[in-house]
Design a binder for this molecule. Structure first.
Ligand code: NDP
Length: 456
């Protein structure tokens, strides 16, 4: 990332942005993740708003979700005890297409978390060039340690309320943390049962035998590594021989590792909420997939079975391992200032966000000052939702494309996103600032559509 600053703002725009932010914070009190996501976007939009102050009115509408749904999700565990969780769907913006964004099942889910994710999703979806609006949902349900039958009952109860808000032209959820192929299957089954419709386009991330797209499982991780490769190419480098640290060991992490290894990189780490594994010989992906995807185990189990080359560090963070490239792929705010300094000391050249908002604002600032290329999640992890968009296209046409075809389309989309973001940053006086480029390019596409569609 360049140390150049974007062009200065006019005083009018500065004060309008300050009052818009104060208003949004007051109306969304107690939602720090949403405030953080908002700040990051607002800080980037000065140059475009200085040139076109009339878009401030669009921005005022954009920061308010079109609809927010909160509902009770009662379910019974295997012992017959009743549990009550809370379900959320924030339908943030539909100017470019049906609301689109994943469902997260994790105990930390609350309205502010869903709102931050939904807000980011608007710009991410715009960057893909496809016609998808932004939304996100989930529940504070924790699938860890639950049987398949319990997860099924929870998903059925969740969908029994959510179904009335969904539709292939209305709102199309997918997976996120805690929601993978198993959960999408149970959710789709219940939707089909309640509505008596085979409406494949209502959910993405389906099994490939019943309406899912090839590459959707791999897409977020693959896309993130392709984005990282584009950033490295700007420095005249490729992934061959690069040392890579990856956090997480879920969907995004596993398929980031797979693509990084395929491009010749040496992947050193994996993690979960209990700690991390560092493997000097490089992560054995077949073993890690067996432990995580098949057995639903922990990274500590991987270390135990891998032998002498791997070490489990309880409670530790992968950022202490020196590397050329860092791929945060677990959760928000997992990479703070201390971690950024450790990575910079270790010689990191690029950070590409597989997770949503994994870097704290201080970490982003430190990377910017150190000239480390930072691919923001909105751009770098957009391959997942882009491939969901391709799944929706196949569903609408009642057709099925090959793995190679979808992978080629994903690669083209990631190259386009990189080019758009890179060029937008340059046009606005901040060459190499991918954060600014992604925010401005995403905003411009949505704002033009909202402006054209009138005050609604
Ligand atoms: P998974 O549930 O498959 O995996 C999540 C991984 O992150 C697990 O290893 C989990 O460990 C770890 N993790 C989650 N929460 C925490 C936490 N609070 N503290 C420490 N570790 C944590 O999720 P995904 O791989 O799908 O998602 C990962 C990230 O990527 C999220 O930020 C998500 O929003 C983002 N993303 C996902 C997309 C997708 O297509 N799936 C698309 C775009 C972005 P543990 O099991 O111990 O909780």
């Amino acid at each position: 990332m360049s140390k150049t600053s974007p062009r200065p703002l006019t005083p009018d725009v500065t004060s309008a942005l300050e009052s818009l932010r104060a208003d949004a914070v007051r109306r969304n009190a107690g939602e720090p993740e949403f405030h953080q996501a908002l700040d990051e976007v607002l800080e980037s939009l000065g140059p475009v708003l200085s040139a076109r102050p009339e878009l401030l009115d669009v921005l005022r509408r954009l920061v308010e979700p079109e609809r927010q749904i909160i509902f009770r999700v009662p379910w019974q565990d295997d012992a017959g005890a009743t549990h009550v969780n809370r379900g959320f769907r924030v339908e943030f913006n539909s100017a470019l297409g049906p609301y689109k964004g994943g469902l997260r099942f994790h105990p930390s889910v609350n309205l502010g978390v869903v709102k931050f994710l939904g807000f980011e999703q608007i710009f991410k979806n715009a960057l893909t060039g496809l016609n998808m609006g932004g939304g996100k949902g989930g529940s504070d349900f924790d699938p860890h340690g639950r049987s398949d039958a319990e997860v099924m009952r929870f998903c059925q109860s969740f969908m029994t309320e959510l179904y009335r808000h969904l539709g292939e032209h209305t709102d199309v959820p997918a997976g996120d943390i805690g929601v993978g192929g198993r959960e999408i299957g149970y959710l789709f089954g219940q939707y089909r049962r309640i509505t008596n419709r085979w409406e494949a386009g209502v959910l993405t991330g389906k099994g490939t035998g019943w309406g899912g797209s090839p590459v959707r499982v791999e897409a977020t991780g693959y896309g993130n590594v392709l984005f990282a490769a584009e950033m490295l190419a700007q420095r005249g480098e490729d992934l061959e021989g690069q040392q890579v640290v990856v956090s997480g060991s879920g969907n995004v992490a596993l398929y980031s590792m797979e693509k990084a290894q395929a491009l010749g990189a040496h992947v050193l780490t994996a993690s979960d909420s209990s700690g991390y594994v560092v493997d000097e010989k490089g992560i054995d992906l077949d073993l890690l997939k067996q432990v995580k995807e098949v057995e639903r185990g922990r990274v500590a189990d991987y270390a135990e079975r891998r032998g002498a080359s791997a070490r489990f560090v309880p409670g530790g963070r992968v950022w202490d391992v020196p590397a050329d490239l860092a791929l945060p792929s677990a959760t928000q705010n997992e990479l703070d200032a201390e971690a950024a300094l450790a990575l910079i000391r270790g010689g990191v050249k690029a950070v590409s966000e597989g997770a949503n908002m994994p870097c704290t604002p201080e970490a982003v600032r430190l990377f910017r000052e150190a000239g480390v290329a930072l691919g923001p999640g909105k751009a770098a992890n957009a391959g997942g939702v882009a491939t969901s968009g391709l799944e929706m296209r196949q569903n609408a046409a009642r057709s099925a494309w090959t793995f190679a075809d979808v992978e080629a389309r994903l690669a083209a989309i990631m190259r386009d996103i990189h080019a758009t973001v890179h060029e937008t940053a340059e046009i606005h006086g901040a060459p190499g600032d991918y954060v600014l480029g992604a925010n401005i390019a995403g905003f411009q596409r949505v704002a033009e559509a909202m402006d054209a569609q009138g005050i609604i």
